[in-house]
Structure formats: C-alpha cells, structure tokens
Ligand binder design. Sequence first.
Ligand SMILES: [Zn+2]
Length: 221
Amino acid sequence: MNELQFAEFLDGYRTNCSKDTLNHLARKGHAYTVMDQNSVKEGPGGSKLITMYPNADAGLPHTRPPNLICVPAYYNLTNETLLHECLHIHQRNQKSKWEAYFSKQGWVPVAESHVPERWRRRVRLNPDTLDSRFYAWENRYVPLPLFEREDRPDLRECVVRWWDQRSGGLLSEPPPSFVKAFGANHPQAEHPREVSAVNLSRQFRMSTWDELEAYVGKILS
Ligand SMILES: [Zn+2]
C-alpha cells in the first residue's frame, strides 16, 4: 500500500468525492496521483512531501492523513504555504487541542445532518476539514464553501456563504464579529482550521519545525 492508498484507507476522501455528484463532477479529468517515482520526500517535522500531478485537486496544495503534504508539480511552494500545510498536519496530530482552541475562539461544531440538504449538496469537500466539516461561529453562523455553479462545479470557483441558523437565511457577508476577530476579506473563512492556518502562517516565519511546535504549543495551551 503506497502513501496515498494508506491516506485513503484512513480518510476516504476520494471515495467521498466520487459519491457526491458535484464534487465528483468538479474533479473529473484530474489525475489524482503522484507525479513519478521520485515524488515522495521527507518534509518538515516528520511529514512527507508528495509531488502530485499538476491538476490533482485542481492544483491546490492540501494534506492527507497521517502526515502527507500534497503539492502539485510545478507549484511555487512559498514558505507561507508550506507553513499553512504544516499547520494542517499539526491539526491532524493534535486534534483535541485544536478543537479546544476553536471552542475558545467562539466556534461550535455542527452535525452534517443539521445543515440543510439544499446547501450541503453544494459544499466543496476539503481534505483538510473532512472529518469535522461544519462549525458555527458564535453558535449561529455556519460558513459554507459552495460551488458557484451547479452545472459546472469548479474547485477554484467557490464562494463562502454564511448559513444563519437563527433566520435560516444564507448571507453573502461574514458577520461583523467574525471580521473583528479574524480580519476583513478573509481568504479562507470556510472553517476554523483554515482560518487559523491562514492567520498563523501569515504571522509566523518558520525556520525550523521545533520553532513551529513551540509557537503553536503556546497558542494552544
Ligand atoms: Zn488549508
């Protein structure tokens, strides 16, 4: 069993995508596989860096369990992006600590079945958030990364909309309290894991994995 097969055994990401109409359609024609036999390298902190085919998941870097950082071939991997992905690996390895941190921030997990089907069917599946897909900000607003087009779903053409559990409406703007807490025009407001990965990777310049561990350890304590 190779690295990607083992990841699939652990998270079922690709299987989930293939069973979901829009997510399946959005990945049609993508070669979700390693680039060649030299594609697996040691990454920071015991992670593995996997070079994927350029169009795997539309060329978007992501992580898979237990410790894979998947980066499309020819992708210009900046320090900030690498750090972002390392934070996702950290979130995988220290799940309960991150959950406590999100709770302290004001996020409450929401059961999948609770999200109305008409919105849920349009949500883009993200391997970094797959095991705990929905959170409500202040126990009210649930950010949803929705495909813009149902007829031609594209992983790069998604918008975050906010399902207001109280009114039942779908808001196009984040609630003001979210903006105050995490900044305006947040590029990945879809999930607390993404919000944290974006904000922390902007704040910190990693030089070693030990420094990252110490830095995140302080935040999570
Ligand atoms: Zn991310």
